[in-house]
Design a protein around this ligand. Structure first.
Ligand code: UDX
Ligand code: ADP
Length: 457
């Protein structure tokens, strides 16, 4: 039996440890966080994050072998294995601002581990996405003072996606564990592999060197984001030529070499990982003297911003180049469905641009209104937050779909049309709705990567 600790009770730490606790009942798992409010929420049934299936798992294991605490120092003293799942945001100041990763919390955590640990052998596991060679920095800090503890730092990046975290954790494509080639390094990797082997087939547990593991995480996100930017780049051409992006995506996706996933055109990708990780990858390339490689990856982020701006311009130009005083209903603010997370959501840039035109915006979202309010707190303008999509659309000139929540497909669009100002517009930033039906109801419909269906020409 091991005492497993996770520092950081966020989107990664919470679900990952809950699932480890579920499958490893003989181990005691504790999650700590510097934010006492977060810990209080984890100890209640009003969890701090929305994730389908998460509450069931937490209720099953909480108090059995999963515990949440704010007493970081004490829990470090008791721990044999310490997962570090704190946030590693993009640096906003100094060298590397806007691109590199801010490692101050990471270093604070390393120092807290060094100051408190008491066990003879302690394995520190990087869960957070980090720059390549971050584990070396952790290793150096942990060995910067004489202690009785033998530390082993390994990398075990998390590949779960929000909204499907529990499914992804229960049945991962692979588990990646990177460690040093020494005897103790190999032993530490085995110990962590044994945790996962409670439910993950051994052949899916990959053991690599530390740098490969760290780089694979950054690169996996960069590759996924690049696919989205690639498909999005073609939507502009489709809209001009009459090609249909859904047909194109289907046609190329049937090529097994390309594959069908992550080819869904959108207003742009969001989330806490993609932009941050690509920018960081580009920064690393630049740092190591490969500006052309950095430029290549930077362009994926630029294409993403271009896509959101292009979508905004469609909204502006199709409404006669004048949005001032017109209400636009924003359907969805989360960066994807089945989460309340709004980090890096394209909805934010879009809303900022709409407010810049003095448009009124009424935002609706099943789970993300709380975060939307925080994100837009400093913005001036006519902003309302409305849980009921029908009310959000009342009197609006346009309905702008940003997040493809399943429930948005089920709404009564005849009723919505009747309550809106005319001419009424729909902008579908995810190609999620039935465009022909909306057109027949009377809407002017602007999908992505398809010809618009308009009554106005
Ligand atoms: C991502 C990675 O998928 C995951 O492996 C990693 O651990 C964390 O980053 P996440 O950001 O939670 O996960 O969600 P993901 O499903 O990857 O979607 C990211 C963004 O891309 C969303 O805004 C989504 O709407 C968008 N997207 C995704 C598209 O626009 N088109 C697609 O085809 C797929
Ligand atoms: P992620 O999506 O990577 O899980 P989150 O922001 O959801 O990121 O979660 C990270 C968590 O780590 C937050 O709850 C934050 O309070 C916590 N955290 C950050 N720094 C520390 C620290 N030094 N010690 C303990 N917890 C920390």
């Amino acid at each position: 039996m091991a005492n497993v600790l996770c520092i950081g009770a966020g989107y990664v730490g919470g679900p990952t440890m809950a699932v480890i606790a579920k499958y490893c009942p003989e181990h005691q798992i504790t999650i700590v966080d510097i934010n006492p409010e977060r810990i209080a929420q984890w100890n209640s049934d009003d969890l701090p994050i929305y994730e389908p299936g998460l509450l069931d798992v937490v209720q099953e294991v909480r108090g059995r072998n999963l515990f949440f605490s704010t007493d970081i120092d004490k829990k470090i003293r008791e721990a044999d294995i310490i997962f570090v799942a704190i946030n590693t945001p993009t640096k906003t100041y100094g060298e590397g601002a806007g691109r590199g990763t801010d490692l101050q919390y990471w270093e604070q955590t390393a120092r807290a581990i060094l100051a408190n640990t008491q066990k003879k052998n302690v394995i520190v596991v990087e869960k957070s996405t980090l720059p390549v060679r971050a584990s070396a920095a952790m290793d150096r800090i942990l060995h910067s003072e004489q202690t009785n503890t033998q530390f082993e730092v390994i990398s075990n990046p998390e590949f779960l996606a929000e909204g499907t975290a529990i499914k992804d954790l229960n049945d991962p494509d692979r588990v990646l564990i990177g460690g040093s080639d020494t005897e103790s390094g190999k032993k530490a990797c085995q110990t962590v592999a044994d945790l996962y082997a409670h439910w993950v087939p051994r052949e899916k547990i990959l053991l690599t060197n530390v740098w490969s593991s760290e780089l694979s995480k950054l690169f996996a996100n960069a590759m996924l984001a690049q696919r989205i930017s690639s498909i999005n780049s073609i939507t502009a051409l489709c809209e001009k030529t009459g090609a249909d992006i859904t047909e194109v995506s289907h046609a190329i996706g049937m090529d097994q070499r390309i594959g069908s996933q992550f080819l869904q055109a959108s207003i742009g990708f969001g989330g806490s990982c993609f932009r941050k990780d690509i920018l960081h990858l580009a920064y690393l390339c630049e740092h190591y003297g490969f500006p052309e490689v950095a430029e290549y990856w930077d362009s994926v982020v630029r294409m993403n911003e271009y896509q959101t701006s292009r979508f905004f311009k469609t909204i502006l130009t199709s409404q006669f180049n004048s949005l001032a005083g017109k209400k636009n209903a924003i359907f969805g603010f989360a960066f994807k469905p089945d989460t309340g997370d709004t980090r890096d959501t394209p909805a934010l840039l879009l809303c900022q641009k709409l407010l810049g035109e003095h448009a009124a915006i009424s935002i609706t979202d099943p789970k993300a209104l709380k975060n939307a309010k925080i994100d837009l707190a400093d913005m001036e303008g006519d902003i309302t937050f409305e849980p009921d999509p029908y009310k959000a659309a009342e009197g609006a000139h346009s309905l702008v779909l940003v997040t493809h929540w399943e429930e948005y497909r089920q709404l009564d669009y005849q009723r919505i049309f009747e309550s809106m100002a005319k001419p009424a517009f729909v902008y579908d930033g995810r190609n999620h709705l039935d465009h022909q039906k909306l057109f027949e109801i009377g809407f002017n419909v602007f999908p992505l990567g398809k010809l618009p269906l308009s009554h106005l020409e």
